[in-house]
Design a binder for this molecule. Structure first.
Ligand code: TA6
Length: 299
């Protein structure tokens, strides 16, 4: 298909010389990279005026990614769909669903001089998905690369029966040093500590700081968060994602992951937006839409 001016097809190569198709976006507002696998934003960096300090990259992407096709890419904004975490009844199903492991179809690109580029990708049911989730569906991701990075996910139930799903944008945000970062907007909000023996709701009244492996699900959250870093802040806003997750693997978990550098846990924090607390039930023929807006804000 014809690409809008300012967008180019690129490839990431795996160690086995397998290819992952990506899109490289360059416009007056930002540079970005999107993998067709997972419809996954890998990079987004706002542009600054020549006399100003450059913006830091919004997203962290592991240097240890193999880019093997069908292997989840560590970093950027993986989409966990149609379930978050481990599938309730089948622990052997793909963690965080199948959407991030499949190649999505690029269906449209557009450019608006005041809004930047729009890229639309879609994924529909296929033999691979039906072995885990036997429903007809279509998901579209609309990615706006402008003065901020905006995502919309449109889920269509094209089946004859209702289905349930949970999801999250598992965003990896760059921080200069995790020990100096603070996460605002989630204090006074109930969370479940995924690492605790007892999975009961807890509340903290202070901004979150990361001092150890952290894996928290906030079933009901406000949708407005900031990551305060030394050099800049990251603004995270959504009007439809009712749940949030905060994750950093810290030292030991990093060593078990295999695709995160030994010290790289210090350079990112995941603040994930989605709907996890209660699954969404989508009736046959119905559609649901979810949004997320992200940007780096100078101090
Ligand atoms: O977002 C938190 C989490 O569910 C953690 O439990 C950890 O598993 C993380 O996601 C990464 O999962 P992944 O399958 O991408 O390695």
């Amino acid at each position: 298909m014809m690409l809008s001016k300012g967008i180019q097809f690129k490839k990431r190569f795996s160690a086995k010389q397998k290819e992952l198709d990506t899109l490289e976006i360059d416009n007056p507002f930002c540079r970005a990279e999107i993998a067709l696998q997972g419809g996954q934003v890998l990079h987004y960096q706002q542009k600054s005026a020549p006399e100003d300090q450059p913006f830091p990259s919004l997203l962290w992407l592991s240097e240890l990614n193999s880019f093997e096709p069908a292997k989840a890419i560590r970093g950027g904004i993986p989409l966990c769909f149609p379930w978050f975490g481990t599938y309730a009844t089948h622990a052997n199903y793909p963690a965080h669903g199948f959407a991030r492991n499949l190649v999505w179809t690029l269906t449209a690109t557009d450019y608006d001089a005041s809004l930047g580029h729009l890229i639309v990708l879609e994924l529909s049911d296929q033999a691979y998905t039906r072995q885990f989730w036997d429903y007809a569906f279509k998901v579209e991701i609309h990615i706006r690369c402008g003065q901020q990075l905006s995502l919309e996910m449109h889920v269509f139930n094209t089946d004859q029966q209702p289905f349930e799903f949970t999801f999250a944008w598992h965003s990896y945000f760059t921080v200069s040093d995790i020990s100096n970062a603070q996460i605002l907007g989630l204090h006074d909000t109930a969370f479940i500590d995924q690492l605790a023996d007892q999975q009961e709701l807890q509340v903290e009244n202070e901004p979150i700081t990361i001092q150890q492996e952290t894996d928290r699900i906030y079933p009901e959250a406000t949708g407005h968060y900031q990551i305060h870093d030394q050099m800049s802040d990251i603004q995270i806003d959504t009007s439809s994602c009712t749940s949030a997750v905060v994750w950093n693997p810290w030292i030991e978990k990093t060593q078990r992951l295999g695709d995160v550098g030994q010290d790289a846990w210090q350079q990112f924090v995941c603040v994930e937006c989605g709907v996890i607390g209660q699954p969404i039930t989508l009736q046959a023929g119905a559609k649901a839409m979810f949004d997320l807006s992200l940007k780096v804000v100078r101090k």
